[in-house]
Design a protein around this ligand. Structure first.
Ligand SMILES: *[C@@H]1O[C@H](CO)[C@@H](O)[C@H](O)[C@H]1NC(C)=O
Ligand SMILES: *[C@@H]1O[C@H](CO)[C@@H](O)[C@H](O)[C@H]1NC(C)=O
Ligand SMILES: *[C@@H]1O[C@H](CO)[C@@H](O)[C@H](O)[C@H]1NC(C)=O
Ligand SMILES: *[C@@H]1O[C@H](CO)[C@@H](O)[C@H](O)[C@H]1NC(C)=O
Length: 170
């Protein structure tokens, strides 16, 4: 299918949607953009390409990682440094599942996303796993033609952390 026909199909589909839910076609595009940015966060952490966190967080973002021991991180440099410090040398897989975007307006939105962080043991700990379950409760802003996280609360979910604590935590 040519790009132009995909786009026109999308336009027809969103007009149809907008007829039943006025204004929603615009919001649904923001929802996919926001979810994509939150997914990119997982990839940035797992590839340890921390400078790219600037694509996810605003320069003045405040991220509260208190529940997993990193405190309140104010500003992009503090966030980058804390991620590098806590994940240094640890292969990881961040998975994002449930992701609910709400309260969208032209310039702001809220999102709650569940995540699972697997940390894989290396060397003598090869085969060991350490798992963290939590959710990100985010507020986002639309600036410079893109959505970014302005505040993030990291909330721990449920029961005990699972796995081998020999694998460094966070
Ligand atoms: C938008 O761009 C301006 C100028 O580069 C910058 O000062 C500002 O921090 C940017 N806003 C966000 C949310 O990244
Ligand atoms: C990342 O953390 C390691 C270990 O603490 C440190 O040696 C290194 O300089 C840090 N890298 C950056 C770019 O901050
Ligand atoms: C968005 O989330 C923030 C922080 O959790 C909350 O204070 C605010 O009321 C929410 N916005 C709306 C429109 O519900
Ligand atoms: C791995 O285990 C061996 C045998 O117990 C030990 O000699 C070695 O120091 C350990 N290596 C590391 C990096 O802990």
């Amino acid at each position: 299918m040519h790009l132009s026909s995909i786009l026109s199909f999308g336009a027809v589909a969103s007009v149809a949607y907008a007829n039943s839910f006025p204004g929603f076609s615009v919001a649904s595009d923001s929802i996919s953009t926001i979810k994509n940015i939150l997914s990119q966060y997982c990839i940035i952490l797992d590839t340890k390409t921390y400078p790219d966190l600037s694509k996810v967080y605003t320069a003045d973002a405040v991220a509260d990682f208190t529940t997993i021991g990193l405190g309140v991180l104010s500003g992009l440099p503090a966030i980058e440094a804390a991620m590098n410090k806590s994940l240094f040398g640890i292969p990881t897989q961040h998975g994002m599942t449930t992701s609910y975007v709400s309260d969208i307006s032209e310039k702001s939105a809220n999102a709650t996303s569940y995540y699972t962080l697997q940390q894989f043991g290396t060397g003598n700990n090869t085969g060991q796993l350490f798992t963290v379950w939590g959710k990100w409760v985010d507020t986002l802003v639309f600036e410079n033609s893109t959505w970014k996280v302005k505040t993030r609360d990291v909330v721990a979910m449920g029961g005990p952390l699972i796995g081998n604590f020999i694998v460094p935590t966070h």
